[in-house]
Design a protein around this ligand. Structure first.
Ligand SMILES: Cc1cc2nc3c(=O)[nH]c(=O)nc-3n(C[C@H](O)[C@H](O)[C@H](O)COP(=O)(O)OP(=O)(O)OC[C@H]3O[C@@H](n4cnc5c(N)ncnc54)[C@H](O)[C@@H]3O)c2cc1C
Ligand SMILES: NC(=O)c1ccc[n+]([C@@H]2O[C@H](COP(=O)([O-])OP(=O)(O)OC[C@H]3O[C@@H](n4cnc5c(N)ncnc54)[C@H](O)[C@@H]3O)[C@@H](O)[C@H]2O)c1
Length: 445
C-alpha cells in the first residue's frame, strides 16, 4: 500500500474495537497506520463498558451460585462494593497501556486529541494536521440524556461503574441492556432499585417470555418496576433527588441513572463540512463500509446498520477493513451471525433466527427445553432456565435463544453450528469435553 504522498496509508479516528482489532494486524503487515484518540486508548468496551461491567458482575454470579447451593454451601455471601470497585480498577486500569503497547509494537502512531475531518485526506488535531490515503471514522457513541429540566442531576453508566460507595436507593430510567444489567448488580450489592420504563416492555430485543421470568425474579429480590412512566423532571432537595413522572407522581431517590440509550458520535467531527452523509442512527455506508466519500470509511458503533451495536460487530468490521486495505479481498462485507447477551442473572443470550421469527414463519421448527430438568443443570441447582433451538427444514440449526446462568457459554458453543449451518452429520463429529456446559448444550441438539 505504502504511499509517499500522505503521512499515513490509513488514519483512524477513535481507538476502540472498531479500530484496533484491524489496525494492529494491518500495521504488522507494513501498512503505515495512525490512530487519533481523544480519550482512553481502547475506547468504551475495555474502559467503561464490557470489561468493567463483567468484573462488577462476577460476584453477583457467585452469590447466585451460593444461593442455589444453599445448604450444600453454608454461610451468607455479601458483596463488598468498595472492594468490588477496587477489583474492577485492578482488572481494567492497565488495559489502555496494554492496547496502546500492542499498537506501538507494530509502529502505529498514537495521536492524542480530538480529530476533525478537514477534507477527504486531512484530519486536524488541534493546530496540527495529518494526511492519509484512507481514513476510518470509528468514533463510537455517547450516552443519550433525557431532555427534561434537571437532566444534569442524573448520571450515566460510566458514573455508575465508578461509584466508590453504593447509594442506598437507586432509580434507573430505561428498560434496555444497561438498565437491566445495572439493576441486577446494584440490587445484588444491597441497593434498593427502582426501574422506570416508558413503555410496558422490558428488553424489547429479547424473547419476552424469557424476559418476564428474569423481571419476575428481580421483583422477587426487591427491584421495583414502574411501567408506562413518562419522566418529566429531576429535582433536588437537601439530601435527595426527586423524579417527577406522569404529570403528578414523584419518587424520591439517592441516585439517578439515565439509561435511555446511546447516540452516535457524528457531531463536531467535520461530517457536514466535507459532505459525509449520516442520520440519527449513525454514518451511512455502502456494503464496503465506505461513506459518501469513497476513501473515507466508518467502523463500529458509529455506523448506521441493522447489526447490533456490540463489540463482536465492531471487531468484525475492523477486521473486514483490514483485509480490504491489505488487499486480501475486495468483497462486500458479509456479516456472520452476531450473538448478543444481556448479563442479567440469569442471562438471556441469542444467536441467529429468533424464536419470534421462527414462530411467525412456517418453514422453521422450534424445539424447547426446560433446563432445570436437565441433570447437568442440577449440579448447580439452577432454578430458572429455558432455551429454544430453531431448525430449518433440513434439520440444520439456524438459531438459538437461552435464558440461564450459563446462557452466554451455551450460545457460544452453538455459534459454529449456526454460522456454518452444520447438519446432523457435522454435529455428530463435535465431541466436546464432558461434563461441561458445551457437552450439555450440544447434547440437546
Ligand atoms: C455500559 C456498557 C456496557 C457494554 N457492555 C457490552 C457487552 O457486555 N458486550 C458487548 O458486546 N458490547 C457491550 N457494550 C458495547 C460496546 O462497548 C461497543 O459496541 C464497542 O465499544 C464499540 O466500539 P467502537 O470502537 O465502535 O466505539 P468506542 O469503543 O466507543 O470507541 C470510540 C472511540 O473514539 C474516540 N473518539 C470519539 N470521537 C473522537 C474524535 N473526534 N477524535 C478522536 N477520538 C474520538 C472515543 O474517545 C472512543 O475512545 C457496552 C457498552 C456500554 C456503554
Ligand atoms: N450486554 C451487552 O452487550 C451490552 C450491555 C450494555 C450496553 N450495550 C450496548 O450499549 C447500548 C446502549 O445501552 P442502553 O441500555 O442505554 O440502550 P438500549 O437501547 O438497550 O435501551 C434504552 C432504553 O431506554 C428507553 N428509552 C428511550 N428513550 C426513553 C425516554 N425518553 N424515556 C424513558 N425511556 C426511554 C428505551 O425504551 C430502552 O428501553 C446497547 O444498545 C448496546 O448496543 C450492550
Amino acid at each position: 500500500m505504502a504511499n509517499t504522498e500522505y503521512d499515513y496509508d490509513v488514519l483512524y479516528i477513535g481507538s476502540g474495537h472498531g479500530t484496533f482489532d484491524g489496525a494492529i494486524p494491518l500495521a504488522a503487515r507494513g501498512v503505515k497506520v495512525g490512530v487519533i484518540e481523544s480519550g482512553l486508548i481502547g475506547g468504551t468496551c475495555p474502559n467503561r463498558g464490557c470489561n468493567a461491567k463483567i468484573t462488577l458482575d462476577a460476584p453477583v454470579a457467585l452469590t447466585r451460585l451460593a444461593e442455589n447451593l444453599n445448604g450444600v454451601v453454608n454461610g451468607n455471601l455479601s458483596i463488598d462494593w468498595k472492594a468490588n470497585e477496587q477489583h474492577k480498577h485492578a482488572v481494567i486500569d492497565g488495559l489502555p497501556n496494554m492496547i496502546g503497547g500492542l499498537m506501538k509494537s507494530v509502529n502505529i502512531d498514537l495521536i492524542s486529541g480530538h480529530g476533525v475531518l478537514k477534507d477527504r485526506h486531512t484530519v486536524t488535531v488541534g493546530n496540527d494536521s495529518k494526511t492519509a490515503e484512507k481514513i476510518v471514522i470509528s468514533t463510537g457513541q455517547h450516552p443519550h440524556r433525557l431532555d427534561i429540566p434537571g437532566t444534569d442531576l442524573a448520571h450515566d453508566s460510566e458514573d455508575f461503574m465508578n461509584l466508590t460507595t453504593l447509594p442506598k436507593n437507586i432509580t434507573i430510567i430505561g428498560a434496555g441492556y444497561i438498565s437491566l444489567e445495572f439493576a441486577t448488580i446494584a440490587n445484588a450489592a444491597g441497593s434498593n432499585v427502582t426501574v422506570l420504563t416508558h413503555g410496558d416492555h422490558v428488553l424489547r430485543k429479547f424473547y419476552q417470555p424469557f424476559v418476564k421470568q428474569v423481571v419476575a425474579d428481580l421483583e422477587k429480590r426487591g427491584v421495583v418496576f414502574i411501567n408506562n412512566a413518562k419522566v418529566t423532571k429531576f429535582g433536588q432537595t437537601d439530601r435527595h433527588y426527586n423524579i417527577e413522572y406522569n404529570d403528578n407522581q414523584t419518587i424520591t431517590t439517592d441516585w439517578i441513572l439515565d439509561a435511555t440509550g446511546r447516540i452516535p458520535n457524528t457531531q463536531g467531527i467535520g461530517l457536514d463540512e466535507i459532505g459525509i452523509n449520516y442520520n440519527a442512527r449513525g454514518i451511512e455506508v455502502n456494503d464496503h463500509l465506505q461513506t459518501s466519500i469513497d476513501n473515507i470509511y466508518a467502523s463500529g458503533d458509529v455506523l448506521d446498520k441493522d447489526q447490533p451495536k456490540l463489540t463482536p460487530t465492531a471487531i468484525f468490521e475492523s477486521t473486514y477493513l483490514m483485509h480490504q486495505f491489505a488487499g486480501d479481498s475486495a468483497d462486500p462485507i458479509n456479516y456472520p451471525v452476531i450473538p448478543s447477551v444481556v448479563f442479567t442473572s440469569p442471562r438471556i443470550a441469542k444467536a441467529g433466527v429468533s424464536i419470534e421469527d421462527a414462530q411467525q414463519n412456517g418453514q422453521y421448527e422450534v424445539k424447547t427445553n426446560h433446563l432445570p430438568d436437565d441433570w447437568y443443570r442440577q449440579v448447580t441447582k439452577e432454578g430458572l432456565g429455558d432455551n429454544a433451538l430453531v431448525y430449518d427444514k433440513n434439520h440444520h440449526l439456524v438459531g438459538a435463544t437461552e435464558m440461564s446462568d450459563q446462557a452466554e457459554d451455551a450460545i457460544n458453543t452453538l455459534l459454529p453450528a449456526i454460522e456454518f449451518k452444520f447438519g446432523p452429520a457435522e454435529l455428530e463429529r463435535l465431541v466436546p469435553l464432558f461434563p461441561t456446559i458445551g457437552a450439555d448444550t450440544l447434547g440437546q441438539l
